[in-house]
Design a protein around this ligand. Structure first.
Ligand code: GCB
Length: 600
């Protein structure tokens, strides 16, 4: 296809405030993963004693009270909690150090890229402070052209995971506060001028087209051209950059659309100044129409499961492609076409493999429970975390829902904060839907009423409900009738019950597998009666560590609501859910118009 046009309009997920190199896997880089030296610094003495200078004692008479080379070692990426007994419950500072060697070349741009560090990272290269990043689950980077030396370099990162009231998340969460450099570290070796960011999406309409955006960084001129190819669609377009190094283009195209059943991905190539970046992109649309969620214009029912980013083999942060494949394969085995990636941005492998496997995704940041909604500073942090996640993941077809928050108090201050964030996310990405997990429904004579004013702001309403576990008896759930004040699709984003795998007994004895299965059965009857229901993601795929779950011999600090044990052994409720999904997959996704609108 040779026909292309340039339009400079802003309907793409594109012009973001944060600088992040898109698709680092397709760049030249030196991996800085592996063994790092660490010093545990519970009392934060390292700043004053200048650990970042990595001073090596010069003579036996010189007093230097730290030494990286003789200190403890930890693997990066990886949380520290599961790498040493003394660190299991540790919350505080740990200094990381490693050396690396660079054959520094002229006409290259060097960028130091961190996949994620929980929660605060202060980064020093060769004794110089590069900067600080806040937020435990999103990437960040530093331009290191001035600080990087040819030959040996010394990199020091101070990591702190102490919880604070003005952080996101804040003091209390129902998951383990894994600290450390939890995702890969890369020294990117980029060209002098390079395409730092891009987005490629499908636009429907009477003239279907692929819309692409490119942004160059470094050395480019107004005349510089980007070559954009999608070989399978015979697309080969030459796009000129504007003075800010940006370009947008619309190319008429009729690709095979990405669906969960047939997750077709197209190879794309972006060539600039002799260097090519490659990616695999799915083309699809997502929309709503009343209570329907439309994927490529067709109603879809989201058969999902909630997932924490925890190792399939037990405790520890998951980060690898192998972990992602295991977790998402379990979701497929359960009969899912959808996953809720709770409660923070998961690693990039989860999104790329969801694209590959055909799993639709709900993504979220940890605006969880009672963060400081009254603080403008905290609001800015939420925007930053959202922007970082969106910038990294905007090219993943799998993501259809950006979730704003989980279980937040129903009051004006929070509703204003979240409303602002909805508007921001919509403006950053007009191609996807916005949702939130809401647990503040009112009680009626017959069940529950969705009437939280914040539900007005979102495209799709997420509902967390623990009927038969935290409230009411399992049997009562079947009689629940839900009404909604809003003509919008509803996803039950959480329901569930705890069970210790292998613990058997009476159906009404809590924590037995039988009881969990019972709670599931009655909740599924409740869901069968929710006419606005267009998706479900029970809580949760597998048991996960949580400091809030101390019950000895049952919980032992594991939240036991998994359909799988912490090591992946199936509980009885797994089969209840799987059977329901099997039936659901045979039914049409849409139902008649809601019979349960409030006031009907
Ligand atoms: C919830 C939270 C989730 C908890 C879950 C539970 O409502 O959203 O983070 O883990 O309940 O197990 O209580």
């Amino acid at each position: 296809m040779k026909y292309w046009i340039i339009l400079l309009i802003g309907w793409l997920p594109s012009a973001f405030a944060v600088e992040l190199v898109q698709n680092t896997a397709s760049r030249d880089y030196q991996s800085l993963n592996g063994e790092w030296d660490v010093i545990i610094d519970a009392f934060d003495v390292g700043d004053k004693r200048k650990f970042f200078t990595n001073t090596i004692p010069r003579s036996p008479s010189q007093l230097v009270e730290y030494n990286f080379s003789s200190s403890m070692k930890l693997q990066v990426p990886g949380d520290w909690n599961t790498q040493g007994k003394e660190l299991f419950r540790y919350e505080g500072s740990v200094w990381y150090h490693r050396k690396f060697t660079v054959d520094k070349r002229k006409n290259k741009n060097y960028v130091l890229y961190f996949g994620a560090v929980n929660y605060i990272a202060k980064v020093y290269l060769n004794g110089e402070f590069l900067g600080e990043h806040e937020g435990g689950f999103t990437p960040f980077q530093f331009d290191v052209n001035d600080n990087l030396k040819g030959g040996d370099n010394s990199l020091v990162v101070k990591v702190n995971n102490r919880r604070e009231s003005d952080y996101i998340p804040t003091m209390s969460t129902d998951w383990w506060n894994y600290g450390g450099i939890t995702r890969s570290v890369k020294l990117l070796e980029l060209e002098n001028g390079y395409i730092s960011d891009y987005s490629v999406v499908y636009g429907p309409g009477s003239d279907p087209a692929i819309k692409a955006y490119f942004k160059a960084t470094g050395d480019y001129s107004k005349k510089s051209k980007v070559q954009f190819r999608v070989p399978e669609l015979d697309i080969n377009a030459t796009v000129a950059l504007d003075k800010d190094g940006k370009a947008e283009v619309i190319i008429p195209a009729d690709p095979k659309l990405w669906t969960p059943e047939d997750p077709k991905l197209y190879g794309i190539e972006i060539a600039f100044k002799g260097r090519e970046v490659v990616d695999r992109i799915g083309f699809r649309t997502v929309d709503i129409d009343g209570i329907e969620i439309l994927l490529n214009g067709e109603p879809v029912f989201l058969r999902g499961i909630s997932i924490h980013e925890e190792s399939p083999k037990g405790a520890g942060r998951a980060w690898s492609e192998e972990d992602a494949r295991t977790l998402l394969s379990w979701a497929k085995e359960l009969g899912c076409n959808y996953v809720r990636l709770a409660h923070y941005p998961h690693n990039e492998a989860m999104l790329r493999i969801a694209d590959e496997m055909g799993l639709l995704v709900w993504a979220e940041i940890p605006v969880y429970w009672d963060i400081q909604f009254g603080s403008e500073e905290v609001y800015k942090k939420a925007e930053t975390q959202y922007t970082e996640m969106l910038t990294r993941d905007k090219n993943r077809a799998a993501i259809i829902l950006w979730s704003i928050a989980n279980e937040t108090p129903k009051d004006e201050v929070r509703t204003e904060f979240l409303g602002k964030l909805v508007d921001k996310v919509h403006s950053l990405d007009p191609t996807r839907l916005v949702t939130a997990a809401i647990n503040t429904q009112s009680t009626t004579e017959y069940g529950r009423r969705i009437d939280d004013p914040f539900a007005e702001k979102v495209d799709v309403i997420g509902i967390n409900t623990y009927c038969g576990w935290y409230e009411d008896t399992p049997e009562e759930c079947a009689n629940y009738r839900w009404v909604s004040d809003y003509n919008k699709p509803v996803i039950v984003s959480e329901f569930g019950a705890g069970a210790l795998q292998g613990f058997h007994g009476d159906e009404h004895q809590v924590f037995t597998e039988e009881n969990q299965a019972l709670v599931y059965r009655y909740n599924l009857e409740m869901l069968d009666n929710m006419k606005d229901l267009r998706g479900v993601s029970p809580w949760i795929l597998k048991d996960f560590l949580s400091p809030r779950r101390p019950l000895a011999n049952i919980q032992d600090y594991w939240n036991r609501k998994g359909l799988l044990s912490e090591n992946g052994v199936k509980k009885k409720a797994w089969y209840v859910m799987k059977d329901w999904y099997e039936e659901k997959a045979k039914q049409p996704a849409s139902d008649s118009e809601s019979l349960f609108r409030a006031g009907n």
